[in-house]
Design a protein around this ligand. Sequence first.
Ligand SMILES: Nc1ncnc2c1ncn2[C@@H]1O[C@H](COP(=O)(O)OP(=O)(O)OP(=O)(O)O)[C@@H](O)[C@H]1O
Length: 263
Amino acid sequence: MGEATVLSLHNVSKRFGELRALDEVSLNVEFGERRAIIGPNGAGKSTLFNVIAGELRPSAGKVVFQGRDITNLPTHQRAIIGIGRTFQATTLFPKLTVIENVILALQAMSRVRLQCLRHRAHYRELEEQAEKSLTEIGLVSKAHVPVGHLSYGEQRQIEVLLSIVHRPKLLLLDEPAAGLSPGDVPLVLDILRRVPRETTIILVEHDMNVVFELVDYITVLHHGKVVATGTPQEIRENDYVQEIYLGGRYEPAASGRCPHLLW
Ligand SMILES: Nc1ncnc2c1ncn2[C@@H]1O[C@H](COP(=O)(O)OP(=O)(O)OP(=O)(O)O)[C@@H](O)[C@H]1O
C-alpha cells in the first residue's frame, strides 16, 4: 500500500452460509482514482460495495481507509471520516429549490444546527458554499428551480451533487446509470466527470459505456474473486473477461467488439 492509497482491502471474504459471495478479495485504490467494479450477475459486486460502505461486515479480512482499519466502523461514522455515497431521489425535497436542497445537505454534515439556519450569517455562509459547488459542477443556472420541476435525469444530477458538496474523500456510486433513459445517461456522466479529483470514486455499474467513459481502472469479479484489474483498454482486450461475460461461449465477433458488453 503506497502513500497515495485511499482504500485497500486485504483478503476480504464474505460468506452467506455455505456461499462465498466474496473470496479473499484484495485491492488498492489510489487518491483521485476512478475505479469500477464489474462482473456478471451474482459475481459479488453489491456485496463488495456494501462491505466498503459499511452495510455488511466481512467474515474475514480487513478494510483500510487512509491507513485506518475501518472493517468494523458503522456506516454513519464512515460518512464522518469522508466516505460518501449517493443520495436516493427520495431524499431530495421536491418543493425546495436546487440551492435550498444543497444548503440542507451542507447543514446536515456541518455542526450548524437547523434552527441556526435562521441566522442570516450562518445561512449566508452555507449559501456561498452551495453557490460555489453549483458553479463548479455546472448547475448554477438551475439554482433557483424547484427540484420537483427538474427532469428525472436532472434530479439524478442533483443526487450526485448532494453527495459531493461536503467533499468526501471517497465517493461510492451504486449503479449511477441504473434506470436512466439513454438520453439522460450523458447528463449524469457529465456531472461525474466534473467531480473534483480530490474525491476518489468507486462505482458498481452494469452500463459498460458509463464504465469505459469514466474510469481509470476496472476490477473484475467472478464468483467472489478478483479475476482481473486493469485499464479499460486492458480489460476490453482480456479474453478471460470476455469469456466470463459470455458464459464460456466466447467467439470474437466479426467487428472485434464484444457483443454482450457492447464494446
Ligand atoms: N443477504 C444475502 N444472503 C444470501 N446470499 C446472498 C445475500 N446477498 C447476496 N447473496 C448471494 O451472494 C452472491 C453475490 O451477490 P451480489 O449481489 O453481491 O452479486 P452482484 O455481482 O452484485 O450481482 P448482480 O449483478 O446480479 O446485482 C450471489 O450468489 C447472491 O445470491
